[in-house]
Design a protein around this ligand. Structure first.
Ligand code: FPP
Length: 232
């Protein structure tokens, strides 16, 4: 069986999971954080090198402040609580997105965990936070324009490789497999450049119900796909 090098996940359905149980939405996010823990562990056991999870999109800032505040608190707690677990399991933490939009205390917790786990060699868990694919592409274009304006690059030298090196994901290979939970058939502004040739697996399961077995099923389905990258 081929294990994908990089798995990306759109973790959808936390709100529905909570509503079905008559619980506040934040309870769904809390249970969703448990799924992140379980799936990261499974990735590490199976030898997946990179796992990118869409934890908060730039569009999510439009949700009621009570919910975004609760998500930020949850994130900060998750990062602080997870640090010993990450260390014990040799996991590396990284983040992509407009991280300066996050509350300072959340940025500080993130920085500390990223630094502390930098030397770990099992799976890299990449949190997409205040992330959107279009914003990332704009950030890359701005960077390239500045370098061209300063005379550091020739506009004619801009190719896919150089562009890629200006994305937040410059250190990681493109995802091989994208998983989306709760049945929606859309990309929702996630990794727009990087998903060009990625296999997509959509499950009806809500993210808080998604576990190790579901990850194994997604990888089994991925193995039945024939990837041609546009060739014959
Ligand atoms: C989508 O469900 C999920 C989110 C907007 C947030 C994802 C956050 C977590 C899984 C928890 C925190 C993350 C980490 C890494 C600890 P939704 O609220 O849009 O669900 P709905 O469509 O059913 O309303």
């Amino acid at each position: 069986m081929t294990v994908p090098r990089h798995i990306a996940i759109i973790m959808d359905g936390n709100g529905r999971w909570a509503r079905e149980r008559g619980l506040p939405r934040v309870a769904g996010h809390q249970q969703g954080a448990e799924s992140v823990r379980a799936v990261t562990e499974a990735c590490s056991e199976m030898g997946v090198e990179f796992l990118t999870v869409y934890a908060f999109s730039t569009e999510n800032w439009k949700r009621p402040k009570a919910e975004t505040d609760a998500l930020m608190v949850l994130l900060e707690h998750f990062i602080e609580q997870e640090l010993p677990v990450l260390q014990k399991n040799n996991l590396r933490l990284r983040a992509i997105g407009r991280l300066r939009d996050l509350p300072q205390s959340c940025q500080d917790a993130l920085d500390a965990a990223i630094k502390a786990t930098a030397g770990n060699t099992s799976t890299t868990l990449i949190l997409a936070l205040s992330y959107s694919g279009r914003a990332e592409i704009i950030d890359a274009v701005r960077g390239l324009c500045e370098e061209a304006a300063n005379g550091r690059i020739d506009p004619a030298s801009v190719d896919e490789e150089l562009f890629q090196r200006h994305l937040h994901t410059r250190d990681y290979p493109d995802p091989d497999l994208l998983i989306r939970t709760s049945g929606e058939m859309r990309l929702s502004n996630f990794l727009l450049w990087q998903l060009s040739y990625t296999e997509i697996f959509v499950t009806e399961k809500l993210w808080p119900d998604f576990g190790k077995e579901d990850l194994r099923e997604a990888i089994a389905v991925f193995n039945q796909r024939e990837r041609r990258f546009g060739a014959l």
